[in-house]
Design a protein around this ligand. Structure first.
Ligand SMILES: [Zn+2]
Ligand SMILES: [Zn+2]
Length: 260
């Protein structure tokens, strides 16, 4: 039997029980944020972390590098236009975006490709006014930058391919992984100058499949620095008959990133 004291205590007991339930509810939510481990009902990243991965800055519409004020083309692109038509980046090489790229690429945690692929798809939707009448045409195909087979074997996966697959699912654009092969096993480019990188990437890719009928595609990469790799790949793709080549990447950086 309840004593009068217990009746008086009831609201407090309920409050305590509900606190406990919330606590356990957090623990038993079906998913948790891959970045902060907070419980989630769906998805892979919580709204707070998702916001942290979003960067707003004025950028060159051609190469994606930051501009001091209004958007347009930077002086370098006006003087020396790159091979590709437009580069779209999620952001610059800074935390937490670069840390997620690091987790994927060097800590070999392919699960992080989902965060990046979905972030890239959202960025594309935002920057191309995806659902608007004025929306820019989207590519017919996504082409992840191929790794040399030896490098892919060593790493165990191609990070650009994993990012592309998740992006592909969200935007409903197919991914092509067999049309172009990397035939030159280039050394790490981090210590090379712009000229050395361009020389290094010369004849690095070779068409081995068909891109027939494709007029517009997007190359997918994790980090674009000088653009030597994506320019070299664009050249091969355009020689194969593709008219427009966009580059979609996670991080755009004017200088060689020092990871750690
Ligand atoms: Zn989180
Ligand atoms: Zn530019």
């Amino acid at each position: 039997m309840f004593s009068i004291q217990k009746w008086v205590m009831l609201p407090q007991l309920f409050a305590h029980a509900s606190q406990k339930l919330t606590h356990h509810g957090q623990q038993f939510l079906p998913f948790s944020c891959l970045l902060c481990q907070q419980g989630l009902t769906s998805g892979v990243v919580c709204p707070t972390c998702s916001k942290d991965l979003t960067q707003a800055y004025c950028r060159c519409l051609r190469c994606g590098l930051p501009l001091p004020s209004t958007q347009g083309n930077c002086g370098h692109c006006l003087a020396h236009p790159p091979q590709y038509d437009r580069l779209l980046a999620c952001g610059l090489f800074c935390p937490p975006l670069n840390q997620v790229v690091f987790q994927l690429k060097y800590a070999k945690q392919p699960l992080f490709a989902k965060i990046l692929g979905q972030r890239l798809a959202c960025e594309v939707q935002q920057q191309t006014d995806f659902n608007q009448l004025s929306a820019e045409p989207l590519p017919e195909l996504l082409l992840p930058v191929p790794l040399h087979p030896q490098k892919e074997h060593q790493r165990g996966f191609n990070q650009a391919q994993l990012i592309a697959q998740h992006c592909s699912r969200q935007l409903d654009i197919p991914t092509e992984t067999r049309a172009i092969k990397r035939v030159k096993n280039t050394q790490s480019q981090t210590q090379l100058t712009r000229q050395q990188r361009q020389h290094n990437m010369r004849r690095a890719f070779k068409p081995v499949g068909s891109l027939q009928g494709i007029k517009h595609l997007a190359i997918i990469d994790d980090i674009v620095t000088t653009g030597a790799t994506v320019n070299s790949l664009t050249k091969v793709v355009k020689q194969a008959g593709v008219k427009r080549v966009d580059v979609w990447c996670i991080c755009r950086t004017p200088t060689t990133p020092s990871l750690f």
